[in-house]
Write a protein that binds this ligand. Structure first.
Ligand SMILES: Nc1ncnc2c1ncn2[C@@H]1O[C@H](COP(=O)(O)OP(=O)(O)OP(=O)(O)O)[C@@H](O)[C@H]1O
Ligand SMILES: [Mg+2]
Length: 251
């Protein structure tokens, strides 16, 4: 039985949003995939989107990042309407997106990758300070700063993707399946990195197939079914939901 047979559950009082999405619909060449999504992510929160293959999870993140042209609805960043802004301007305003799959530059060193993350920063001193801050935050990367990224382990490469993105010091970080392809121990490290970012005041919105562990690291979750948000609730409530367990956590 699909979750859609049950009433939609909405969390009640939400804190002020870093990211606010209203009635977002999006798709490809005339085929709408994402259908009227409302969601909020506050500073300090980790929110996870779950759903079956093809539910539209990646399309939703890509639509928020304005990587899709077929799109209606409204997007606000820290209160400001940014719906019309292109992807790069969104990054400059504080919305960063790490797409699914490796996005690092394998032939470049760790330090060079971090510099690429700051390509929009014109202030060289600020760029250096931001890179140093990331090397402080990720000591494993600091030890490998002159190493080509291709030589890093999968977990280190994922940390580098996050560190590189944080060079822009975004208010909102979106990630599509950050745990994919990682060993269970490393998955825990990645999620605890994301919790650390939230503790530092960032808003984190991710898509995950590793539903149980992602929800355990999240404040709230959103269940996406056929492009619609069928359920939004506290992560603990979703973890305890028998339907969610059956459909998304293997029983
Ligand atoms: N570039 C594209 N052009 C046309 N249709 C697409 C494109 N990308 C995805 N789709 C379609 O949009 C629907 C949703 O895909 P999407 O990748 O958003 O799902 P998902 O929930 O992220 O799935 P998965 O768990 O497999 O990553 C699917 O039917 C897919 O075939
Ligand atoms: Mg996807």
């Amino acid at each position: 039985m699909p979750i859609s047979a049950d009433p939609i559950v909405q969390t009640s009082a939400l804190p002020a949003s870093a990211l606010s999405v209203r009635n977002l619909s999006a798709g490809y060449a005339g085929r709408m995939i994402v259908d009227g999504i409302d969601l909020d992510v506050a500073a300090g929160e980790v929110v996870t989107i779950i759903g079956q293959n093809g539910a539209g999870k990646s399309t939703l993140l890509r639509a928020i990042a304005h990587l899709l042209r077929q799109r209606t609805g409204a997007i606000r960043l820290r209160g400001a309407d940014v719906t019309a802004l292109p992807t790069e301007a969104l990054l400059q305003r504080g919305l960063a997106f790490i797409p699914q799959g490796r996005s690092i530059f394998p032939r470049l060193t760790v330090a060079e990758n971090l510099r690429m993350g700051g390509f929009l920063l014109r202030d060289a001193a600020l760029l250096r300070a931001r890179i140093d801050a990331q090397l402080d935050a990720f000591p494993a990367l600091a030890a490998l700063r002159e190493t080509p990224a291709a030589n890093l382990s999968g977990g280190q490469q994922r940390q580098l993707e996050i560190a590189r993105t944080m060079v822009m010091d975004p208010a909102v970080l979106m990630l599509d399946e950050p745990s994919i392809g990682l060993a269970p121990l490393i998955v825990g490290q990645v999620f605890s990195t994301l919790r650390g970012l939230a503790a530092a005041g960032k808003a984190v919105l991710m898509v995950e197939q590793n539903v149980r562990r992602a929800l355990e690291a999240s404040d709230r979750g959103i269940v996406l079914e056929l492009g619609r948000a069928k359920l939004q609730d506290h992560a603990s409530a979703l973890l305890g939901d028998e339907r969610v367990a059956r459909l998304y956590m293997g029983g």
